[in-house]
Ligand binder design. Structure first.
Ligand code: FMN
Length: 307
């Protein structure tokens, strides 16, 4: 099975930052764009899928994080005839069968060899190997190249975590990957829905400015994530890294997005419309962040990855 791309690059489903404009720009340039639809109202998701289709005829995918109930969204994705669905944070044979019945290809993200085997047993057509270098929520603790080698040999494996340029693609391919997923790199584009202050910090940061933590747990407790070390992280560390319930300024509102207050340790990242203390919010970033030197159109990033 070959993935339907001409450039072996997927744009990671970076939650609400993954706009239809971003997904369409990546797909139109020959990669595979995506929506991170796990928290999107079904009505809005349907409109976003149609908005991608108005911009491009090329394939794209919709991601669903299975730590949350996704039955209604999966039905909608099937009804709309989305060509590829990706599951992360678990996989269920029943959901894979539902997607296959609608003619969808199924890609499943794995953070370990055991998760990869479970996904293949459940019927996944391809795997995403997510290494510990990844930005956003991180499923496992294995370095990327090692994980790709562990998963290589059956269905195609696409490498995610810390990759932001063509050198990273070459390294992943040398380990057996069919291509790469880039999340943080595509955040620093005009098409992504992130706050300009967040984009500036991505451009300025190096790999050691990121940390894997459980700190920003509001809305999704107990799931590790990689972020930029910021004032919230440093104040928590200085206080002796206390448990939830005893953290500095817990419960305080730091910002607001479209009228919704964002609490100090919330998992929400700053969007274009966010106002408040942007720096103190959850600033997801992978270890490839040091390779990002400017905000650039998504199509230019994809073009640089072309063989
Ligand atoms: C801001 C942000 C949001 C993310 N949201 C999701 C998501 O909704 N679903 C998912 O499967 N992965 C999500 N991820 C993880 C990506 O799928 C991918 O594994 C990761 O971005 C790869 O590492 P990189 O950022 O170093 O390229 C997110 C990552 C970031 C940076």
């Amino acid at each position: 099975m070959a993935l339907p791309w001409t450039v072996p690059v997927m744009q990671a489903p970076v939650g609400p930052a993954a706009t239809p404009e971003l997904a369409a720009a990546v797909s139109e340039a020959g990669g595979l764009g995506s929506l991170g639809a796990s928290w999107t109202e079904p009505k809005v998701l349907r409109e976003q899928i149609r908005a991608i289709r108005r911009r491009t005829d090329r394939p794209f995918f919709v991601n669903l994080v299975l730590s949350f109930d996704q039955e209604e969204r999966l039905e909608l994705v099937c009804e709309e005839g989305v060509p590829i669905v990706s599951f992360s944070w678990g996989v269920e044979a029943r959901l894979v069968e539902r997607a296959h019945a609608a003619g969808c290809l199924v890609v499943a993200q794995a953070g370990s060899a055991a998760e990869g085997r479970a996904a293949v047993d459940a019927g996944a057509d391809a795997l995403i190997a997510q290494g510990v270098e990844a930005g956003g929520h991180v499923e496992g603790e294995t370095p990327l190249v090692e994980l790709v080698r562990q998963l290589h040999g059956g269905v195609p494996v696409v490498a995610a975590g810390g990759i932001a340029d063509a050198d990273g693609l070459r390294r992943a391919q040398a380990a057996g990957a069919a291509g790469v997923v880039m999340g943080t790199r595509f955040l620093a584009t005009p098409e992504a829905d992130i706050h300009a202050g967040y984009a500036e910090r991505l451009v300025a940061a190096g790999p050691d400015d990121t940390v894997r933590t459980f700190l920003f747990d509001g809305g999704w407790p107990g799931a590790a994530h990689r972020v930029l070390r910021n004032s919230t992280y440093r104040a928590w560390e200085a206080a002796g890294s206390p448990e939830p319930g005893e953290r500095p300024n817990e419960g305080e509102t730091v910002a607001e997005t479209d009228g919704v207050p964002i609490a100090r340790y919330a998992a929400d990242e700053p969007r274009r419309s966010t106002t408040g203390d942007i720096e103190a919010m959850c600033l997801y970033a992978g270890r490839g962040v040091g390779l990002i030197t400017s905000v650039e159109p998504a199509a230019e990033i994809v073009a640089r990855m072309a063989p």
